[in-house]
Ligand binder design. Sequence first.
Ligand SMILES: C[S@@+](CC[C@H](N)C(=O)[O-])C[C@H]1O[C@@H](n2cnc3c(N)ncnc32)[C@H](O)[C@@H]1O
Length: 159
Amino acid sequence: MNSVLEQILATDTVKTPAGESLPLHSHIEANGGAFLQNVITQVKPKVSLEIGLAYGISALFICDALATLPTAHHIIIDPFQTISWHGVGLNNLRTANFGAMIDFREKFSHSALAELVEAKTVIGFAFDNFEIFSAIRVGQAENPIAMCCHRIPDSSLAF
Ligand SMILES: C[S@@+](CC[C@H](N)C(=O)[O-])C[C@H]1O[C@@H](n2cnc3c(N)ncnc32)[C@H](O)[C@@H]1O
């Protein structure tokens, strides 16, 4: 486990880029993170996708596992990283040296996902613990199943 993640889980706090300490919340638990890493180790995706960065806990677990694979990178979508999460998630990923591996899009998932489909992006692994895929299914896309799953040929979705 990278030292940034280790420190956050040990203290139950995160630090803003300005150094302010904040209580950790809204994150995946360590056993959930281990599950994601296990899936990634088996699936070996070239490109992975995550909706909802928050303080970056699941992304730190995911990038830890992706770092063992050559050329893998992680696309992250979250429209509220700056306004609600004070840039903490991105800062954590950069501090953990995952900056070059991530492709962060500060956009709503319905528009960022549409762009990925338009660009014919092939996703090998995807994680969403905010059920945004479900929200899209219910309300925001004309053909949401095709939109979310068509580009995931090995069906390695983890919710
Ligand atoms: C439960 S938190 C994610 C926690 C993170 N995956 C983790 O385990 O550390 C949900 C995230 O979804 C983001 N979010 C809310 N609405 C969104 C949307 N329409 N598109 C993308 N992200 C969204 C929020 O800003 C928040 O960061």
